[in-house]
Structures are given as C-alpha cells and as structure tokens.
Write a protein that binds this ligand. Structure first.
Ligand code: ZN
Ligand code: ZN
Length: 411
C-alpha cells in the first residue's frame, strides 16, 4: 500500500496567462517582479520549461489550454467559431456548427461598414435575431460579444461546417453568398441556412428602433451580420470520464471559461467577468480555488492580466501585475495534500506585443516531488530544473502519476 501522506490527493493548476517573455536588458518581467511566494514554491518544487503546443508553435490561449488539459489541439481544435461561441457563454454541444459574427452596416445592397461604426449597443439587436430569425428543423442561437462581435450556433441534424464565409472582406461589396466546400447534402443545406439567416437578419434589424435611433444620431446602423469561421464543435471526452477526477475552472476570460466547460470542468464564477488588471482579483480567485479544492479533485485557475500588458508592450505594467499577483499565492505554501502546478499558456513578449513560441516556465510543488536546485520562478532559471523540457500535453500525465491515478503500462 502506498503511504498516503506522501502522495498528493488534489491538483491545483495555475496558469499565468501570457506571463512568460523574452529578456529585455537580460531580464524578463517574471525575473524583475521578484515574486517571493512563487520563488518559495519553485525552491521547494521541481521546475522546467514547456512548449505548450510544440517547439516553434505560437499558441493561442485556446490551443494551449486544450494541450495543458491533455486534449490534443490538433484533434480537438476545430476553428475559432466553436471556441468563440463557447467563449461568449453559449453552452455549445458536440456537433453544433458555430460561427464568428460581426454586426455590419448594409446600404443599397452593399456593406458600407464591416463593423457597423464599431457598434456596441447590440443587446436588443441580438434579442431580435433570436426572436425573429427562424429556420425549420434547426435551433439558432445568437449571442452578442464585445463591441461589434457576436457568435452564432446552428444546432440540429444534417449540418456541416464545409461552407464559405459571407464576409466580403472589403467595404462597397455586397454580403457574399455562402457556398459549399464539400459536395455533400449537409454542406448544401447549411450554406442555404446561412444565406437565409443573412437575409432574415437584414429584415429583422433594418428598421429596428435601435438602428432608427442610431441613424437619427448620425451613427451607422447595425442592420446586417457577416458570418465566418464555420467550425463543428468537437466531441470532447469529459474531464471526469477521461481522468476520474472532478474538475473546476476559475477564470475571468470568456474563452478560458468556454474551453473549461467544453472539457467538462465546472465553472466557478468569482465576482465580475471583467478582465483583471490588478492583483486584487487574483486574490479572490485563489480564495475561490482553495475553497473549491475541498469539493473538487482538480482546479484550473487562469489569471489573465500579464497577457494584456504583454499585448500593450508595457514591461513595467507586466512586472507590476505579476508582483501584485504573487501576494495572492501566500496561502499556497500552507497546502499539504495538493500538487500545485504553476505555469503559463504561452509567452507574450512585450517586444512583440503578441504571442510567441518561446517555451514557458513550469513548476510542480507537493508531496513526493523530487526537489531540484531552482530557487526562482522565471524563464531563465526554469531551464536548470529537473523537469527539463516538456510539452503541454505532458502536464496531465505527470500530474496524474503524482496523485497516483495512472495505470501501469505493462506488467
Ligand atoms: Zn493566453
Ligand atoms: Zn494574448
């Protein structure tokens, strides 16, 4: 029998979204931030670096989180439509056909603004679409997102994602007709449905009170939608079935919440859905996580602010965010029966203002860990650690072994 006191029972996986960087003057924000609590965890744990998807692959937050949760993104990532739809809070189901959508302005049959004057008051317009646009035998689920963006889901039998976009890409052109990209009756039907929706939306929105009042104020009406990025929502094996563990996700970003839900993690909300820009909401998330560990075997926490600062190209803001966030980790040092994993989903170097393929640091801390000599949590120290260089898809197998939930391979 295993000695239970030496084996972790729960897994807490913390993802510092986009925290990893390239050195500026020899140092990265993680190194400059001086994260004393994370450094203590690194000091008492095993460290390494990780290619979340693969060496040289620049991951999105969606593909990297899939990989970190042990779902091969090359198998389960079926395009932006499904993940955006999940991200705006549509409870997508395997087999749904999902799209990204823009509100646009159409005048005399031509698209005059692909973003409808950067419209943002789209609540009532979305409601009108859900109430008035109908296609027999198919459920149409439409949800607004931020600004002019929205998502569309078609649910029903005999549908296919093998169709083209309706976005003409340039102003002055009419909305495109969707065509099939595969010669199947399902694709033909889906293209017809999408074309019908395009037409019905214009009828439903052109004289909508919101648009009439926008016209009066000299603003462009949001009287049409452009539909693109068709993808079939993947059939993802639920987390609990796959790993025999009950899991939860704590995040503020819609995309991460959506991915968590698609993988069968329970979403545990913390306060508002706003993207955090200071360390304070990291504290609220960690409190929630510690509470959740009493009920769940696995808790994923995504902390978003460093990625934003990376996209802004703001080294100091990124550093400050990380330093503030570190205060939220003090109580982690007291956790006894939990395997704590702290990693990053991708680098967002301030020098690039975008994601890069540079590998990210990863640390594991908990009972039974082979403690290495690394004493600081950052990209440049992590190279020296005992985990060496792993891939995102390796995290869950390693974690499962440490909580004694892997099956033996061979006799
Ligand atoms: Zn990310
Ligand atoms: Zn990003």
């Amino acid at each position: 029998m295993a000695d239970d006191s030496l084996v972790a029972k729960k897994i807490l996986l913390i993802v510092l979204d986009g925290a990893s960087d390239r050195p500026v003057g020899g140092k990265t924000p993680l190194a400059v931030a001086g994260m004393s609590n994370l450094n203590k965890l690194a000091n008492g744990g095993i460290n390494g670096i990780m290619d979340t998807v693969g060496p040289g692959i620049r991951p999105g937050s969606d593909t990297s989180h899939l990989a970190i949760l042990g779902y091969d993104p090359y198998k389960y990532y079926t395009g932006r439509g499904p993940f955006e739809a999940a991200g705006v809070g549509i409870d997508v189901k395997g087999g749904d056909i999902a799209f990204r959508v823009n509100f646009a302005t159409v005048e005399n049959g031509a698209v005059t603004d692909r973003r409808a004057g950067r419209i943002s008051d789209t609540d009532e317009l979305a409601k009108a679409i859900n109430e008035q646009v109908k296609v027999p035998g198919v459920d149409i689920i439409f949800k607004r997102s931020t600004g002019h963006r929205a998502a569309l889901v078609l649910r029903g039998k005999g549908l296919s994602p093998a169709i083209t976009d309706t976005d003409p890409k340039h102003e002055g052109l009419p909305i495109k007709e969707s065509h099939t990209t595969a010669d199947t009756p399902e694709a033909k039907r889906t293209a017809e449905i999408v074309n019908s929706i395009s037409e019905q939306v214009i009828k439903a929105l052109d004289h909508h009170p919101v648009n009439e009042s926008r016209r009066k104020q000299g603003q462009l009406p949001g009287n049409a939608i452009l539909i693109r990025g068709a993808g079939e929502v993947p059939h993802i094996p639920p987390f609990e079935e796959k790993y025999g563990m009950k899991g939860a996700v704590i995040a503020a970003a819609g995309l991460i919440i959506g991915i968590g839900k698609m993988c069968g993690l329970e979403y545990l909300p913390v306060g508002s859905m706003e993207i955090e820009t200071s360390g304070s909401s990291a504290a609220a998330k960690m409190q929630k996580a510690l509470e959740a560990l009493k009920t769940y075997d696995f808790v994923l926490v995504n902390i978003k602010g460093a990625d934003e600062a990376g996209h802004d190209g703001d080294f100091d803001k990124k550093t400050k965010f990380l330093r503030d966030t570190d205060r939220a980790f003090e109580e982690l040092l007291l956790l006894k029966e939990t395997l704590i994993i702290v990693t990053v989903d991708h680098s967002t170097p301030v020098s690039l203002k975008d994601h890069s393929a540079d590998p990210v640091p990863v640390l594991m801390h908990g009972p039974g860990i082979r403690i290495d000599d690394v004493s600081h949590y950052n990209e440049l120290e992590a190279y020296k650690g005992g985990l060496l260089r792993i891939r995102g898809m390796d995290i869950m197998p390693i974690a499962l072994d440490l909580v004694n939930k892997t099956k033996k391979f061979g006799a």
